[in-house]
Design a protein around this ligand. Sequence first.
Ligand SMILES: NC(=O)c1ccc[n+]([C@@H]2O[C@H](COP(=O)([O-])OP(=O)(O)OC[C@H]3O[C@@H](n4cnc5c(N)ncnc54)[C@H](O)[C@@H]3O)[C@@H](O)[C@H]2O)c1
Length: 261
Amino acid sequence: MNRYEGRRALVTGGGSGIGQATVLRMLREGGSVVAADVSAAGLEDTVAKAGDLAAKLTTVTMDIGDESSVRAGVASAVEALGGLDVLVNAAGILRSSHTHETTLDQFERIIRVNLVGTFLVIREAIPALREGTSAAVVNFSSTSAGFAHPYMAAYAASKGGVQSMTHALAAEYAKSGIRFTAVQPGSISSGMTDGSGQSGQSRGPGLPEDADMSLFMKLAPAIGQGFAGPESVAGVVAMLASEDGAFITGTEVRIDGGTHF
Ligand SMILES: NC(=O)c1ccc[n+]([C@@H]2O[C@H](COP(=O)([O-])OP(=O)(O)OC[C@H]3O[C@@H](n4cnc5c(N)ncnc54)[C@H](O)[C@@H]3O)[C@@H](O)[C@H]2O)c1
């Protein structure tokens, strides 16, 4: 499949996990891609994995929670690509804790990166996307936005916010030719869930030591052999942001092996 021939994409969180898998998928389908991440080491890993396809890959170090970093990062991405058709907002962080022990700083940091960061990148990218061809934005919600995930109140709230924002933006920019969709991954192996991330940026302490694991009894995939790889989400993201997704906007797709049906 060569659905990304001539297509220009910016992928945040492109240094690990699902974002990295999405960068590689879009490159393999012929796209020109800018991978952005707060982790320079993660971006180096993405370039190494791209191999010969790295000729069509540019990297940008960007902290999506920092307004000036996002301004500079998105501007340099648009310049490198000569415009923008696709934005994938995969960057995110997960922190787990008992809510009564969560500090305001910890709560606000998760909202800042996952929700405010997604807003900042979208805001900066909209002018270029309006000029783009069949423009599409794919945001990262989570199964936690709609199904109870204990010890993750701030994370769940941030992802619920991303999902609601996606619907509002889909309506607001429908006549500007920009589609907005979201994915809800769950049970996906990545730097966030198995600690293999290059930076450790996205992964905080695991569950509290005294976490009640019976609360997670429901949280197992119904199909497959446990967690799926990040490419299982990347393929869906690539479909949503391609011409194959041309009639899809203002909605989300859950990719969790039936963990939450
Ligand atoms: N893995 C899952 O099961 C799962 C489930 C639901 C949602 N998600 C979402 O999928 C997305 C991708 O996560 P993943 O699972 O691939 O994890 P990951 O840790 O492998 O990747 C996240 C990437 O985001 C980057 N990042 C973190 N903070 C950043 C910042 N401030 N600015 C720029 N980059 C930053 C990290 O450096 C990392 O490269 C996230 O939004 C996550 O919330 C994942």
